[in-house]
Write a protein that binds this ligand. Structure first.
Ligand SMILES: Cc1ncc(COP(=O)(O)O)c(C=O)c1O
Length: 447
């Protein structure tokens, strides 16, 4: 699909950003030149996907498009029970309605914001058990999405098995920088979970990218195909929630996939209530047809290599210029360490958000804050939670931009880096929602 681009001037952007109350989610797409807000639902579909769309079976019950999608998911991931949902957070909502209760503790590797939101909404808590190496952006570790088994042991000792409904493994781990989890670590989590009788659920939005990193970084997997690696990964889980907007390369969709028929039956009731009947669950037949094709394309080495190498090309440009970025580079985005980029902005003034606003004003490039705004307030104390990493995420949509666009983004950030000493203040909050505030927050400039 060829889409228009919208150039603008700095003075246009000054006005638009103020009108958007310094929240980049509030910008209109024609106010954005290059949109690196997210890789979620923003990819370009292939000709095979567009033609699959035309074959969509829109029957309310028994849609053949559902059967086709189910076949692809089961052959790729191994799970026999599939429930479609309209997107990833809907899959979380349905599955957690069955599994997560008040007082529960859900350990995992840096839960994504919607995942944490759905846990905390049920008066349960998410416990981050990511390895410490993940929060040092200067340190090389090939699998910064890994879970620390001793942290899992600790959660078990403190809360006991009865309060732990599942362990969530996010592949790749978005919140630590699109960082992968190794097969070795997944096996260790499985072993731990089996010892205590706890289910393991993968938050699998970028499972194919994770498989690429296993193939290219983990000993013993060099000669294995992406599909074989994916199959082995999922053999270590009891189920998955999926945002198909990432490695399904569709604009909308999600699903739950499970081994347990009993769990599937319980989840079915919530799926019908919240999403729709079991053979469409919030998706149209044509979207399920496009997803079936997208999953096949995303699980090929050729696609993954070109995608991930494009992301890394941008990372290299920034690194060469001395800009502090999370290393090694992740799968779907380059994460700039905003605290090291803007050392004079106090953390109470939202460092990564300040950098996101500067980047937009400089160039019309929209990136996203993965920092204090996203981390929300502590549900009990209502104090700001300051995450270990304050990051600016430059997220690359699949099959949309060229290297030339990457060069432009890098040039813009490098310009800001050269004048970083002059940026000494950030923003304060004028309005915020009680949960997941970053989407709708309104800000005011300080100074
Ligand atoms: C790791 C992860 N899990 C879950 C979600 C939620 O998916 P969705 O946006 O489709 O609701 C996202 C979305 O960005 C994600 O990155």
């Amino acid at each position: 699909m060829v889409e228009p681009m919208y150039p603008s001037t700095r003075s246009d952007r000054e006005v638009w950003l103020k009108e958007a109350r310094y929240n980049l989610f509030n910008l209109l797409s024609p106010q954005v030149f290059i949109d690196l807000l997210t890789d979620s639902g923003t990819g370009a579909m292939s000709q095979e996907q567009w033609s699959a769309l035309m074959s969509g079976d829109e029957s309310y019950a028994g849609s053949q498009s559902f059967d086709r999608m189910k076949e692809v998911i089961t052959s790729l991931c191994g799970f026999p029970y599939i429930l479609p949902t309209h997107q990833g957070r809907a899959a979380e909502n349905v599955l957690f309605s069955v599994m997560v209760k008040e007082g529960h503790v859900v350990p995992g590797n840096a839960h994504f914001d919607t995942t944490k939101g759905h846990i905390e909404f049920r008066k349960a808590s998410a416990f981050d058990c990511t390895i410490d190496e993940a929060s040092d952006t200067t340190l090389y570790h090939p699998f910064k999405g890994n879970l620390d088994i001793s942290k899992l042991e600790n959660v078990m000792d403190v809360y006991g098995k009865e309060r732990i409904p599942m362990i969530i493994v996010t592949v790749t781990c978005n919140s630590t920088g699109g960082q992968p989890v190794s097969m070795e670590n997944m096996k260790a989590v499985r072993k731990f979970a089996d010892r205590h009788g706890i289910p393991v659920i993968f938050d699998a939005a970028r499972f194919a990218e994770n498989a690429y990193f296993i193939k290219t970084r983990e000993k013993g997997y060099e000669e294995r195909s992406i599909r074989e690696i994916i199959r082995e990964m999922f053999s270590l889980a009891d189920g998955m929630t999926m945002s198909s907007k990432k490695d399904g390369i569709v604009n909308m969709g999600g699903f739950i996939a499970l081994n347990s028929q009993a769990l599937y039956r319980e989840a079915t009731t919530f799926n019908i209530m919240f999403e729709g009947y079991i053979t469409y669950g919030g998706m149209s037949g044509r979207d399920m047809a496009a997803l079936a094709q997208g999953l096949k394309e995303a699980s090929t080495f050729g696609f993954l290599e070109s995608r991930i190498k494009q992301v890394h090309y941008l990372g290299e440009l920034l690194k060469e210029a001395g800009i502090p970025v999370q290393e090694p580079f992740g799968g779907h985005a380059i994460f700039v360490d905003a605290t090291r980029f803007l050392p004079h902005v106090p953390r109470e003034e939202f460092i990564a958000q300040t950098l996101a606003a500067e980047l937009y004003l400089e160039s019309g490039v929209r990136a996203v804050e993965i920092g204090t705004l996203l981390a929300d307030r502590d549900p009990e104390t209502r104090e700001n939670r300051y995450p270990r990493l304050e990051l600016l995420r430059l997220t690359i949509p699949r099959r949309v931009y060229t290297r030339n666009h990457m060069d432009y983004v890098a040039a813009a950030l490098i310009n800001i880096y050269h004048r970083r000493e002059k940026i000494t203040s950030g923003y304060k909050i004028r309005y915020e929602a009680p949960i997941m505030r970053h989407f709708t927050v309104e800000l005011e400039r300080i100074g």
